[in-house]
Design a protein around this ligand. Structure first.
Ligand SMILES: Cc1cc2nc3c(=O)[nH]c(=O)nc-3n(C[C@H](O)[C@H](O)[C@H](O)COP(=O)(O)OP(=O)(O)OC[C@H]3O[C@@H](n4cnc5c(N)ncnc54)[C@H](O)[C@@H]3O)c2cc1C
Length: 449
């Protein structure tokens, strides 16, 4: 009898693992369970549908259930929800919402691609229907239907993670008045405060009313209550980060790790043999802090899923870890970050120096050049590059990938100066802004020695 792989979760983590396993093992029987309405979609595109740059949610679907069935012979079962895992019997208890019945599905291998959900702190009124979290296309469909129905004018974003900020821009683009309430004294805590100030300025230029030090305390119909006062809202979007969907795993006795994400080894195997996890539900290893982290990104998900799929399909692959690279566009301002911020380096016990420079995305005389600010964080004694942050206009953010490669390779800022980067006036100044920042950081390291 053919080995059976059961996949829980029909988006990137689950389906990329399933297709990779299929490529390596033609005989494998693969059953994928998805409780929602869509498979293999780009949640990353949701803010652009809300803002109107992309026509509708269907455009975000990379592969439909039928495409999986026909091209990869994966038995995709929509509206099927995994309710429990029995590791001893090797079975998943599944609620089939189509036929309103429960079945027990045997597996030889199991992939947990259950993703994450928006963090909903236990505050009065948090479950009122005007408070939305956005993670899946189903969440986005609910949000859009509600926004259209009430023709929303006043939107409050609670929390300033990048998803909240992208949604703030999207609702301004839809013509709403947007207030952002944030409990901390800066937006986007994945950046250092000085760089976050540039993002805040971009939000304010775009028309977003930013309220720092204003944690939400309660939601009442039509109002968000904070310590600073009350803000009118006919719709609220939560941007407080995500919580891994790891309860199924935990209830089955599978070990959890950092922030309750599913612990995995380097081959993406959980503490249970034959049970694998990939994506927002599981943890990663941070190559700079050398600590386990939970980083919920599509980039990480796809790489982890590839590794899990290769191993399930009989190959051998390992996932080395992450450096926390991310880019986003917020209110026409591009933001990139990788490695550790100064604060994160401090928390990891690393002594740092930093350097920040202002430059332009093209040669200063070339039409269309835009401002860019680059900040580098280096280890004080060794000069090893620990982190980078970039805020600027068009052409700025993807330069973060230079720093991501340098950090992954363990380079010092002195070595980064001498990397043979390209140059022509339409693309950069003769010294790319990242190289200019490296020169300044190298001087700071030399002075600190
Ligand atoms: C608005 C937004 C913007 C983003 N932008 C970016 C970006 O620009 N760049 C980037 O790298 N990342 C971005 N991300 C993150 C990225 O989308 C996620 O990292 C990625 O979707 C994670 O994939 P996943 O398969 O692990 O989880 P999910 O996408 O959450 O999918 C999990 C699936 O499992 C299903 N499921 C869960 N439990 C069960 C169960 N018990 N039974 C059956 N089905 C179940 C869910 O319905 C869901 O469809 C963004 C996310 C959002 C929400």
């Amino acid at each position: 009898m053919a080995r059976r792989l059961v996949v829980i979760g029909g988006d990137a983590g689950g389906m990329a693992a399933a297709t990779q396993a299929r490529r390596r093992d033609d005989d494998l029987e693969i059953v994928a369970l998805e409780r929602g309405n869509w498979t293999s979609y780009s949640a990353c595109g949701i803010p652009y549908v809300v803002g109107g740059a992309v026509a509708d949610l269907d455009q975000l679907v990379v592969r439909t259930p039928d495409e999986f069935r026909q091209r990869s012979r994966i038995d995709v079962r929509m509206h099927h929800e995994a309710m429990a895992i029995d590791l001893v019997a090797g079975k998943v208890e599944v609620r089939d919402h189509v036929h309103e019945r429960t079945i027990r599905l045997p597996f030889d291998d199991l992939v947990l691609g259950t993703g994450a959900r928006p963090l909903r702190p236990d505050l009065p009124g948090i479950d009122l229907p005007f408070v939305h979290g956005v993670q899946t296309l189903d969440d986005a469909a609910d949000l859009l239907a509600h926004a259209d129905k009430i023709r929303c004018r006043e939107v409050v974003i609670v929390g300033s993670g990048y998803i909240g900020l992208e949604m703030a821009e999207a609702f301004v683009a839809r013509g709403a008045r947007v207030t952002l309430v944030e409990g901390a004294n800066q937006v986007m805590r994945s950046l250092d405060r000085d760089m976050a100030g540039l993002v805040q300025a971009a939000l304010e230029r775009f028309g977003v009313d930013v309220r720092l030090d204003s944690p939400a305390k309660a939601f009442e119909d039509g109002t968000v209550v904070t310590e600073e006062g009350q803000f009118a809202a006919d719709l609220v979007v939560l941007g407080l980060g995500v919580v891994p969907n790891s309860e199924l795993a935990a209830d089955a006795g599978i070990e959890l790790g950092v922030r309750n994400s599913i612990r995995v080894d380097r081959r993406q195997q959980t503490s249970a043999a034959g049970v694998w996890a990939a994506g927002d539900s599981c943890e990663s290893y941070h190559l700079v802090s050398r600590r386990p982290v939970h980083i919920a990104l599509g980039t990480v998900t796809n790489r982890q899923a590839r590794v899990a799929g290769i191993n399930i399909g009989g190959g051998y692959a390992t996932f080395p870890g992450v450096v926390g690279t991310a880019v986003t566009k917020i209110c026409n301002t591009e933001v990139g970050r990788t490695g550790l911020s100064e604060q994160e380096a401090d928390e990891a016990g690393l002594a740092t120096v930093s350097a920040k420079i202002d430059s332009t995305t093209r040669a200063g005389y070339f039409p269309g050049n835009k401002p860019i600010t680059v900040k580098l964080v280096a280890e004080r004694v060794t000069g090893r590059l620990l982190g980078a942050q970039i805020v600027g206009e068009e052409g700025a953010a993807k330069r973060i990938d230079i720093a991501a490669v340098a950090i992954t390779a363990g380079m010092t800022v002195h070595e980064l100066i001498d990397v043979d980067l390209s140059y022509a006036p339409p693309f950069s100044p003769v010294w790319d802004p990242v190289a200019t920042a490296a020169r300044q950081a190298a001087r700071a390291v030399d002075e600190a020695r």
